[in-house]
Design a protein around this ligand. Sequence first.
Ligand code: GLU
Length: 436
Amino acid sequence: MDKVRVRFAPSPTGFFHIGSARTALFNWLYARHTGGTFVLRIEDTDQERNREEYLNILKDGMRWLGLDWDEGPEVGGAYGPYFQSQRDGIYREYLEILRKRGRAYDKDGAVFFKVSGEKQVLHDAVYGDVEHLEEKDFPIFRSNGTPVFHFVNVVDDICMEITDVIRGQDHLTNTNKHIELFKAFGAPMPRFAHIPLILKSEGHGKMSKRDRGALIEEYQQKNFLPEAVRNYLCMLGWNPKNDREIMPIEEIISLFDFHGIVKSNARFDERKMAHFNTEHIRALSPEKFEKAAREALRGKIDLGPDCEYIRKVFAVCQPKVSNMEGLPSMLDHFFNEDFPFDESAKEKIFKKGEPLARLEELVDLIKRADSFEHDILYPQICDFAAQNGKKASEYMPILRYAITGQAGGPDLFSMLEILGKQRVLARIDRALKALK
Ligand code: GLU
C-alpha cells in the first residue's frame, strides 16, 4: 500500500473552530498511526480573507494542540507551494488538460466543467457505500479569473499525492463534484473518510463560532491544558471501544483508525471538556504541573524566590485544582498575608455555632504545639474538641477560613504544616480582629 499522505486544508477565517481543529487532529492521528505524512495546505483563494494574522491564529492553535505538520507553511516540503494563492500556474496547466479533453468550456466569462453524468458508488471509510451523481456542469473558474474551491481542492489533492481525504461530513455532497474531477484527470481516487459534525451542546444544529467553547482561542486564554482539549476532541466522533476516554496521546495514536469513527453526529459537552481538563491537570507530574501553574500565575501572583516552598504549595494544591483559571484565587493566600475573606464562605461558616469562640480556644493549643506535622496536629485537635465536648467539625471550618479566607481548598493540615506555626498564629490573630 502507498504510504499515507493526508492533509488538513483550512481556509483561514480569523478563528480556529473546534470542528476544524478536530479535522486537523483526525488527519494528524491517522498520519501518526500509519507512519504517514501530515500536510498543512492553506486554501486561501479568497483574497479578502487572505491575511497574515488569520493564518497565525491557525498555526498557533495547531502548535498549541501539538499538531505538528510534516509539510506546509514554514516547514516546506517537496509538494509546495502549500498556499493555494501561490499555485495559480499549476491551476492554469490543469485547466488546459481539461480543455484538451473537451471537459472545460467558457460561458458568461466563467469556465465551466462538463460533467459525465455517470452515477458512481464510492466507499466512504465512515459512511460506507455512498451514491454520487453530479448532474449539472459547474464553474471551475469565476468570471474574475479566480479558480473555484472544488477545482483547486482536487488539483492539489492530485498534485500532492493525497491518499486519504479526511474532512467534515458537510463536504460529503461536494464529493460528487470532486469524483467527477478526479475521473476527468484520470487520477487515482483518494480514499474518503467524512467525519460527523459537532453539534452545539443544546438544541439543534452545528456548533457555530458564536457558541461558547467553539474556538480554540478560548481554551488557550483560559489556560486549559492543550493535551486535555486534544484528548476531548478525539472523543468527538471517535470511539476507542475500550470504555476509556481519558488517555495519553501515544495510546490514542496506536488505537486510532477509521473503524473507530462513528457515523452519528457528536454533541459538544462543555462540562465534559472541563472534566477532561481537570483529570489531565491532576495526572501531571509535579514538574509539568509546576510549569503549567507558573504559566497560569504569571502576572497574577508573585511567587517569590523560595522554590522549595513553591513546590510544597503546588503539591498540596494540585489534587484540588479543577482548572488553571481558578489557580490564582486558590493560591493567593500562600503568597500574600493580606488575603481577602470570602463573604459567601463566611455566611456558611457563621450560620451555626460560635465559630469565633472555637477559633479563640485553638490559639492556646496551637501555641503549645511542638509539632506542626499533619499526623500529629490533626489528632491533637480532634482530642481537644472531644475534651471540650465538641465535634471536630466545629473547629476545622473556622480554622480553615481563618488561615485561607476560603471555605474549601486543599487539605487543611497539609496547609498548616506548610505555613508553619508563626504564620498560622498571625493569621488567626488577623482573622479574630477582622471577623468580630
Ligand atoms: N478548505 C476546505 C474547508 O476548509 C477544505 C475541504 C477539504 O478538506 O477538502 O472546508
